[in-house]
Design a protein around this ligand. Structure first.
Ligand code: 6PG
Length: 251
């Protein structure tokens, strides 16, 4: 265990009936950020699990969405109107339902090829950090809230089992087959996720239970369990439903 891991607080595991219950946590975190600064940053996850949360967030009409900036933790390399696009899913469930300016949407451009999409997103992160995160030493923002899912195989964002656990770049291209979803992807890497103030995993379904136990278990193997690569300087919370919850999790 590294020195950093030894000093890490144990992640909080909150058992919820519905992922929408995580909305209160996200809204409070964004409100904290807006109380402390001019903007708040939210990194959205792909997949199906966050959909009820996005729908509940869309009800927070007076959050101050005009000062919120949204990014993605990963994206499939498909056009923005493709059914497999994480941007398209978030657009439908949340972004089209809140008064968030178009300029505050920082999407990974899935219509580009890998090299161009990676370079474009890395540049978006650099510019945003330069403009809004002056004290930030890295060419990417210190995100206020990062949302992450978990695959039944243990992947998170597009960090898949067996991929190198150590990354020195903020954004990278990945090719991985999972659940018949688009295989060519672009993902943020742990050096960006771990710089965040808050990271929340959202996990539902019995098919994820083994991956949750492995990720939170005592066996440290970040290459095999990519969720173990996520050790933020800030707060780490797991929102799991009863079907995905490890035995010891308290309600
Ligand atoms: C993606 C996601 C991915 C997702 C998991 C869980 O682009 O597919 O970022 O990491 O969160 O695969 O997906 P579900 O929530 O649909 O189970």
């Amino acid at each position: 265990m590294t020195e950093h891991e030894e000093t890490m607080p144990a992640p909080q595991v909150r058992v919820v009936t519905d992922m929408a219950e995580a909305a209160g946590y996200v809204v409070a975190a964004l409100q904290d950020a807006l109380a402390a600064g001019e903007v708040a940053t939210l990194v959205l996850s792909g997949g199906m699990t966050p959909q009820p949360l996005y729908a509940r967030l869309a009800e927070a009409a007076d959050l101050g969405w005009e000062h919120v900036h949204v990014f993605w933790g990963d994206e499939r390399l498909v056009p923005p109107d493709d059914p497999g696009s994480n941007y398209a899913a978030a657009r439908e469930a949340l972004l089209d339902r809140v008064p968030l300016p178009e300029a505050n949407i920082h999407r990974i451009k899935g219509e580009l090829d890998e090299v161009a999409a990676v370079a474009d997103y890395a540049e978006q992160l650099r510019r945003f950090a330069q403009r809004h995160d002056a004290g930030c030493p890295s060419p990417w923002p210190r995100f206020d809230v990062v949302l992450l899912g978990l695959g039944a195989d243990g992947h998170t964002a597009s960090l898949f089992p067996g991929s190198p656990a150590e990354c020195v770049v903020p954004v990278m291209a990945v090719t991985a087959d999972y659940a018949g979803r688009p295989a060519r992807r672009v993902t943020l890497t742990p050096i960006v996720f771990n710089h965040a103030r808050r990271v929340a995993f959202l996990v539902s379904g019995a098919d994820k239970a083994a991956a949750v136990v492995a990720a939170l278990g005592p066996a440290r193997d970040p290459e095999r369990y990519p969720a173990q690569r996520i050790q933020p300087e800030g707060e780490l919370v797991w929102f799991v439903d009863k079907a995905a919850a490890p035995e010891r999790a308290e309600d």
